[in-house]
Ligand binder design. Structure first.
Ligand SMILES: CC/C=C\C/C=C\C/C=C\C/C=C\CCCCC(=O)SCCNC(=O)CCNC(=O)[C@H](O)C(C)(C)COP(=O)(O)OP(=O)(O)OC[C@H]1O[C@@H](n2cnc3c(N)ncnc32)[C@H](O)[C@@H]1OP(=O)(O)O
Ligand SMILES: Cc1cc2nc3c(=O)[nH]c(=O)nc-3n(C[C@H](O)[C@H](O)[C@H](O)COP(=O)(O)OP(=O)(O)OC[C@H]3O[C@@H](n4cnc5c(N)ncnc54)[C@H](O)[C@@H]3O)c2cc1C
Length: 638
């Protein structure tokens, strides 16, 4: 291009000088981030497959209407399914392909909730009947629990399921407006079936909330079945964002289903109308939520790492102030304020990755125990998944917004990828359990644990976390010691719950570093990030730590000094640490975060593609602006 300097030419890696500073083996770190060489291979291969296929294009979303956007999402979902079938992708590869397509869609709930609910709460017979249909996508399911009037309070759900022993059926009914199912993803326009949660009534007696498989639409022409009223609940936060998902509203008008469509692993109703509760905790009916919460923690590390990758690369590209004798201005990544905002988020992305790995292990362990009717770790699994889902999604949503601000004005452009990432991600603080409500569950678990174990919550933590453990115990003692009710102290107890979850994240990061971690300099980099995560939180909450007496103001000052030193150690490795996420430019969807750092020409080129620039004189000029300019409207009545 004429007049284009070397610094703006395509094909040049404008971040090469940054990559050359790296002090560790980036390829080895890619394996650590992916979880294993196999996981890296699958992830790398599938992400490139998606990035190279025009059928998965996503750069035009912000210019589509809601109906065009939704139809495009259906096209992509069908295209993804065809790709999976044609290429005979494994379940793992297929899940990765849906992840890298990167568009909220009904498939999230079909694969992420409908199928797990049947696997977790269905009998063997029910699994054998419904799972093959669901795996082949011959039925499309959603998870219909939340209602217009109740979401957090599951036991307050109003939909009824009344057993009719004459016909061996359940009658599913929405008795009130507030009992309308409201929010389930995929429900509005696509799902043919739902796992619907309703109050079970047998012989005039209520037995609490249970799950039922209900067909919603004809498999012939997709029309809603008799007694089913279903639709979309309307536009949501942001323009494109989550509006690719048909979150729906559903009302049942005395819909009849066979008795064998009640999920009966936890409880049963016999054809004689006898209600039987298996000798398993009724909370297993909540099992799908526990499963999704642990996947959401892993998803938090993905979302936060995307935002941090964009902000880190752009912070290395962007120069502002500091020019000496006409030389280049200073890279904003070299400002200590930029580092003190960005690097704790980089450390958090890695911390959440590892806690997500541990939580996946914990969930698998509790699932295995449940199969042997060992329910001993269910309360801890619930508290951990609830608390870590709350902690990581809050930190990630706040972190994505901070990354947008770290990119200055250009961070506010859709082409930065950050507004869309925030808009799609932020409901994670609400769905699968409002984050405060979930922390109250953790607080309840801590109260019970303290009352059972006395002051020491657990001695099973690495030495480096003594301060964190003491902080939790101190916060709990301050609350439990006071003779006031849980409700009165709930705001304080939630703080203790957050402290407990932060203790878990720090201790699992330290445990991760006790493992064999191959690659030159890799473990050293992770140790730096672990220390940043732990010391940043200690600095942020130093009031708590000082009040325990286990650190002094001098310790707090030393911790802050150490943080600055750690930021300096990260600085030369920052670009390599985000390269280790191995995201394609397609998946990042960000000009500011593009791999080659050639930002300005891409920003400029993208601007002219906006539909508003299809004409140099905008529609409306002659009708509204020209009269204004010509003052022909002076007499017009405004
Ligand atoms: C789709 C996902 C795909 C992939 C995932 C990857 C990334 C994510 C990306 C996108 C996600 C896509 C779409 C979003 C999907 C969102 C779907 C939803 O939102 S589904 C609806 C979610 N709804 C909730 O989470 C409701 C929250 N409320 C509750 O869980 C409960 O009401 C409550 C708050 C726990 C209260 O329960 P309850 O009223 O029964 O009573 P108690 O508090 O007294 O508890 C009694 C007793 O039970 C224990 N307990 C409670 N819950 C559980 C549990 N889940 N497991 C085990 N034990 C539980 C509790 O501790 C008490 O024990 P006790 O103290 O008595 O010993
Ligand atoms: C994008 C999106 C997708 C969703 N997908 C699905 C889906 O597929 N299937 C499905 O079933 N649902 C879905 N939901 C619904 C979601 O699960 C609920 O919105 C969520 O559980 C929160 O419940 P709520 O809306 O009733 O909030 P509420 O509980 O009404 O929360 C409102 C406020 O009240 C506070 N509050 C509530 N109870 C207490 C308490 N006991 N103590 C202190 N404070 C309290 C909360 O902290 C919050 O500040 C989705 C929601 C969203 C936003």
């Amino acid at each position: 291009m004429e007049g284009v300097g070397e610094e703006e030419m395509e094909g040049v890696d404008h971040l090469a000088h940054e990559r050359n500073k790296s002090e560790f083996d980036v390829d080895a770190m890619k394996i650590v981030w992916a979880g294993s060489p196999h996981a890296f291979d699958v992830s790398d291969r599938i992400s490139k497959l998606v990035a190279s296929d025009p059928g998965f294009r996503k750069d035009n979303r912000s210019t589509l209407s809601r109906k065009e956007l939704f139809k495009n999402t259906l096209r992509k979902a069908a295209y993804a399914w065809k790709t999976i079938v044609d290429l005979r992708l494994s379940e793992e590869e297929a899940a990765k392909l849906r992840f890298y397509v990167d568009e909220p869609a009904f498939t999230d709930l079909h694969w992420g909730m409908f199928i797990p609910a049947i696997k977790g709460q269905g009998t063997e017979e029910q699994q054998q009947k419904w799972l093959p249909l669901a795996y082949k996508m011959q039925i499309i399911g959603c998870y219909a629990q939340t209602e217009l009037g109740h979401g957090s309070n599951v036991q307050g759900l109003e939909t009824t399921a009344t057993f009719d022993s004459q016909t061996d059926e359940f009658i599913i009914h929405s008795p009130t407006l507030t009992s309308s199912k409201w929010w389930p993803g995929g429900l509005g326009k696509v799902a043919t079936h739902a796992i619907a949660y309703a109050r079970l009534i047998v012989g005039g007696r209520e037995h609490g909330v249970h799950g039922f498989i209900v067909q919603l639409r004809s498999l012939e022409d997709h029309s809603p079945l008799l007694g089913i009223t279903v639709g979309d609940i309307g536009m949501k936060f942001g323009n494109g964002a989550y509006n690719t998902m048909d979150n729906g509203v559903l009302q049942f008008d005395h819909v009849r289903i066979p008795r064998n469509q009640m999920l009966m692993r936890v409880s049963q109703v016999t054809c004689e109308g006898k209600y039987k509760q298996s000798d398993v905790p009724r909370q297993l009916v909540y099992g799908t939520m526990v499963y999704v919460r642990q996947t959401i923690v892993a998803d938090a590390s993905c979302a936060l790492s995307r935002a941090v990758c964009i902000a880190t690369r752009y912070s290395a590209v962007r120069r502002q102030f500091g020019s000496q004798n006409g030389g280049p201005e200073t890279q904003v990544i070299d400002y200590k304020t930029q580092q003190s905002r960005l690097f704790p988020l980089l450390a958090s992305a890695y911390a959440f990755r590892f806690i997500g790995e541990w939580l996946k292990w914990l969930y698998a362990d509790v699932t295995q125990r449940l199969q042997a009717n060992d329910f001993s770790t269910l309360p801890e699994a619930h508290a951990c998944t609830a608390g870590l889902k709350s902690l990581t999604t809050t930190a990630t949503a706040d972190g994505i917004e901070e990354c947008r601000k770290l990119c200055g004005g250009h961070g506010y452009l859709c082409s930065s990828g950050l507004p869309e990432l925030f808009a799609v991600y932020v409901p994670a603080c609400t769905y699968e359990g409002d984050n405060t409500v979930l922390l109250l569950q953790v607080a309840r678990f801590l109260m019970k644990t303290v009352s059972q174990l006395g002051s020491r919550l657990s001695s099973k933590k690495p030495v480096g976390t003594i301060a964190y453990m003491t902080r939790v115990e101190h916060l709990m003692q301050c609350r439990c010691g006071v003779q006031r009710g849980f409700a009165e102290l709930s705001a304080d107890l939630v703080e203790a719950a957050v402290a407990h979850c932060q203790l878990i994240v720090v201790s699992k990061f330290i445990e991760k570093l006790q493992q064999e971690i191959p690659g030159k300099g890799v473990k050293q980099q992770l140790e730096v990030l672990c220390n940043i995560y732990a010391l940043f939180l200690l600095h942020k909450h130093q009031g708590d730590f000082l009040s325990t007496g286990c650190i002094t103001p001098k310790h707090a000052a030393l911790a802050n000094d150490e943080l600055r030193s750690l930021y300096s150690q990260v600085r030369p490795n920052a670009i390599a640490l985000v390269d280790a996420f191995n995201y394609t430019d397609h998946y990042l969807g960000s000009i500011l975060g593009c791999y080659d750092g050639n930002v300005y020409p891409k920003l400029y080129e993208a601007a002219w593609k906006d539909p508003l620039n299809e004409s140099v004189v905008p529609d409306g000029y002659h009708l509204y602006i020209r009269p204004l300019l010509k003052q022909e409207i002076r007499t017009a009545r405004l």
